[in-house]
Design a protein around this ligand. Structure first.
Ligand SMILES: Cc1ncc(COP(=O)(O)O)c(C=O)c1O
Length: 484
């Protein structure tokens, strides 16, 4: 449950003047410096530092371990089993398995759970890098498919069902249907684009393979207006959530859900997902994280968070309208549907870095820069005053003469990815490290991906094309030490 505005503590201007994360500072000092500077958060986590239950309690007392009465997350039988049942009830899943290593670990578990079904898997180009790790762990051969490319904004958006159906038909015509383990979909995307999950689930099921939805950014689809957008309400089989992006659990909390369809049609079970999750999750899950999930759930169960979510949707709509009304300011619009909590906007005459710092200089921190735009992330902790501060600032920000560059530039769609060997072969094989200038034509043996957006620029096993070799994200690259 979030604090009200009057309960908040803000930094004095004297304190603000000291802000500087000098070399040699401890992390703690850097965190404190940041907190002095930050007045408004438009980044994750969704609680925005306004968790009421943490204020009056000495929360380090709750940093405990598997003591009598506290259950064991790797084999929950008591209170943690009830916690998972409450999660399943809230999202209407057959079973839900908690991850205290975020959606990242839950994605690995989902991929490992489908691995016995086959060694080929449909993966979108905007997969989070944890999917790439899942390809390595599961030994999959990825069948890459393209979501819609938004050339005005330079981003991967939703997946058009017709395009996906075509990718499936092409693959089956080429290599047959046997050995297809499943498909992965990201919905909503990092920038809030939602796909018609129902249509994709139908295509997968027509060909008898399951659909995994990376819904890390959609755990908040719980209101009457948004539930229909969720994978669990749309026939997907395994659905992965982060509980910290827009909801108010601590960072690193998440879950993998088995839908009723997934259990019935593909026989997924909690024990198999848990075993998969345990291969990469700590055997000492933090009870602080687990407690924060408990608090998040209690507030969902009383209806308080649902009210906050509904209010948050109105805030998101209001923010978009206000931003779009400011001169030279443009908000991204999704094609199929969008998450009300993800707002991407740009201002002509400012690079995204300039826009980001014009806001952060006044204590307003966005989630990050994204091409020419910046991404704002709302959460259950967002309050109207946050929006007022941001909107007032955006009205005052002047374009910079130095950066009057062509914002209407088109961003070319990334070229098809040439997967020469499987990610696992590339990562586990013999490799060498080369300078950027020597990478062209080699086969990558590692994933290169900057966060945000967390999708890969280079995938292990991919031939390094000229386009990829020119990307700014690496200076050195580990490549496979043989000719292809
Ligand atoms: C699309 C997507 N999937 C998965 C993840 C991983 O989520 P987590 O941070 O909970 O591990 C992220 C993180 O930003 C993401 O953007």
């Amino acid at each position: 449950m979030a604090l009200t505005q009057s309960e908040e503590v803000t930094a004095t201007s004297d304190e603000l003047s000291k802000i500087h994360c000098a070399a040699g500072n401890t992390l703690n000092k850097c965190l404190e410096n940041h907190l002095l500077k930050e007045a408004v958060s438009f980044h994750t986590p969704g609680h925005k530092g306004r968790l009421r239950w943490t204020v009056s309690e000495d929360i380090c007392r709750y940093d405990l371990t598997e003591l009598p009465g506290l259950d064991d997350l790797s084999q929950p039988r008591d209170v943690l089993a009830r916690l998972e049942n409450r999660i399943a009830k809230t999202w209407d899943a057959e079973d839900s398995i908690i991850s205290v290593n975020g959606a990242s670990n839950a994605i690995l578990a989902a991929l490992l759970a489908v691995a016995p079904r086959g060694d080929r898997i449909f993966v979108p180009r905007n997969s989070h890098r944890s999917v790439i790790s899942g390809l390595v762990l599961g030994g999959f051969k990825p069948i890459w498919y393209d979501p819609r490319w938004q050339e005005d904004w330079g981003l991967w958006a939703d997946v058009e069902p017709v395009q996906f159906a075509q990718a499936v038909e092409d693959e089956i015509a080429k290599n047959g249907a046997a050995g297809i383990a499943g498909a992965v979909l990201v919905s909503p995307t990092y920038t809030g684009d939602v796909t018609d999950v129902r249509a994709l689930a139908q295509i997968c099921h027509e060909h008898s393979f399951p659909l995994i939805v990376d819904e890390a950014h959609g755990a908040h689809f719980l209101t009457s207006q948004t539930r229909r957008l969720s994978g669990l309400a749309s026939g997907a089989d395994l659905i992965v959530h982060s509980f910290h992006k827009n909801l108010d659990a601590f960072t690193q909390c998440g879950a993998v859900h088995i839908s009723h369809d997934g259990a019935r049609n593909f026989g997924f079970s909690a024990s198999e997902l848990r075993a998969a999750l345990s291969t990469t999750q700590s055997s000492s899950p933090s009870y602080l994280l687990l407690r924060s999930i408990d608090e998040m759930l209690s507030s969902l169960e009383t209806g308080e968070t649902i009210d906050q979510l509904s209010a948050g949707h109105s805030l998101g709509r209001h923010l978009k309208q206000e931003l779009a009304g400011i001169s030279n300011t443009f908000c991204y619009e999704s094609q199929f549907a969008s998450s009300p909590f993800h707002i991407l906007f740009r201002k002509e005459g400012l690079t995204s870095e300039e826009l980001f710092s014009s806001l952060s200089d006044h204590g307003v921190f966005a989630e990050g820069c994204f091409g020419d735009a910046i991404l704002l992330m709302l959460g259950v902790g967002t309050i109207p005053a946050d929006l007022h501060t941001l909107i007032a600032l955006c009205r005052d920000i002047e374009p910079k003469a130095s950066s009057v560059r062509a914002l209407k530039q088109r961003h070319a769609k990334p070229a098809p990815l040439q997967q020469v060997i499987s990610p696992r072969q590339a990562v586990l094989g013999k490799k060498r490290r080369v300078l950027k200038k020597d990478a062209l034509g080699a086969v990558a043996a590692e994933c290169v991906s900057s966060c945000p957006p967390g999708w890969p620029s280079i995938v292990p096993g991919q031939k390094v094309s000229e386009e990829v070799a020119n990307c700014e994200e690496f200076e050195f690259l580990r490549v496979v030490d043989s000719e292809f």
